[in-house]
Design a protein around this ligand. Structure first.
Ligand SMILES: Cc1cc2nc3c(=O)[nH]c(=O)nc-3n(C[C@H](O)[C@H](O)[C@H](O)COP(=O)(O)OP(=O)(O)OC[C@H]3O[C@@H](n4cnc5c(N)ncnc54)[C@H](O)[C@@H]3O)c2cc1C
Length: 324
């Protein structure tokens, strides 16, 4: 009898923007993928944001006569983010941003258009958003694309822990319904379970100057990836940074998390990767400064979530193909 209830190539934990894009990228590159999500619906905080993805040097900008490139975008990110732990990742995400947005439109079928305005801190108009400016529409496009490719999203499946093998991570333990526990074996794991804005203890510890929102503004963001990664010896970075409501000042999203390389591989404190483990979006360290909310440039949340999800999904599939 197998030690696993089910097995796959890539197990994506969390069906927010990061997880949905990671799953699509891995599936497109030929991997078998399963997405597990603890809530009853996919999308994470995409349902609450405007779905605007910043990207520099896209064909949509060129068609609108906008002169922009990734060097300029990286400069804007650096000017806003200040001194922090992930400058190389900020450069990488800026450099990949145009290809990401064009892939979302051309391959995924996402309805994104270029917004005319350049929000504060962006030196050119570069936000690409659904015409409705509703993240829900982007979520729906990502979910439809996964359905077309036959990638399952198992809703109501909270992951409770990761399974470590002799040569790195090999799977996860999930709750597969009332009193049913499933062991899911996977060649690669992508932690896409968001940040820790919904974990008051972690917020007090790492973002003590943040004002917690009265409502549940970051559903599902209970810091699971941070806890699992830390227990495995992962480094954490930019852990005091967060995004807040520009009007009330209340905490929206944490922007610090697990230290990753440019393909989302989770790194130990000595800089070595934890084999088979990737992270992106709120689960990973962001690019919005080290502490507080001043380093958050509009769109940084989705740039990290979709950008790292894309890079991690592709890298995971590449590693699997190389091992065959
Ligand atoms: C009110 C608000 C406004 C925002 N506005 C903007 C904006 O204008 N521009 C921008 O770029 N960003 C914005 N953001 C931030 C942006 O939405 C996020 O940075 C991004 O969507 C995070 O994506 P994610 O996939 O990393 O995490 P999430 O969207 O949080 O998704 C994580 C998913 O993992 C699931 N999960 C967690 N733990 C487990 C587990 N143990 N097992 C299984 N599943 C699990 C969660 O339920 C959730 O569905 C906003 C956020 C909020 C809250």
């Amino acid at each position: 009898m197998s030690e696993w209830d089910t097995q796959t190539d890539v197990l994506v934990i969390g069906a927010g923007g990061c997880g949905l894009v990671a799953a699509l990228a891995a599936a497109e590159a030929g991997a078998a993928v399963i997405v597990v999500e603890k809530r009853a619906q996919p999308g994470g905080t995409l349902a609450r944001d405007d779905g605007a993805v910043p990207a520099a040097g896209t064909r949509f900008q060129r068609a609108a006569g906008i002169d922009d490139d990734s060097v300029r975008f990286a400069r804007d990110l650096a000017a806003y983010g200040g001194d922090h732990d992930m400058p190389a990742l900020a450069h990488r995400l800026a450099a990949q941003s145009a290809a990401l947005v064009e892939w979302l439109v051309d391959v995924v079928g996402a309805r994104l258009t270029l917004l005319d305005e350049a929000p504060l801190g962006h030196s050119a108009p570069r936000l690409h958003a659904p015409p409705s400016c509703r993240g829900e529409d982007l979520r729906d496009d990502l979910v439809s694309a996964l359905a077309r490719r036959g990638v399952p999203i198992w809703l109501g499946w909270p992951v409770h822990g990761l399974i470590d093998g002799d040569d790195g991570m090999v799977g996860a333990v999930a709750e597969a319904g009332p009193s049913a526990i499933a062991r899911v074996g996977a060649k690669k794991l992508v932690l896409a379970s968001g940040g820790f804005a919904g974990a008051p203890q972690l917020v007090r510890r790492f973002c003590s100057d943040a004002t917690t929102a009265a409502d549940d503004s970051a559903p599902g963001s209970t810091g699971d990836a941070l806890r699992w990664g830390a227990a495995l010896g992962a480094a954490i970075a930019n852990i005091g940074a967060y995004q807040r409501d520009p009007v009330t000042g209340a905490l929206w999203r944490t922007q610090g998390g697990l230290m990753v390389d440019g393909d989302g591989r989770v790194l130990r404190r000595d800089g070595r990767a934890i084999a088979n483990l990737f992270a992106g979006g709120g689960a990973a360290a962001g690019i919005s400064g080290r502490h507080g909310s001043a380093g958050y440039l509009a769109g940084n949340g989705l740039l990290s979530a979709l950008g790292l999800g894309w890079l991690a999904g592709r890298a995971a599939a590449r590693e699997i193909a190389a091992a065959r």
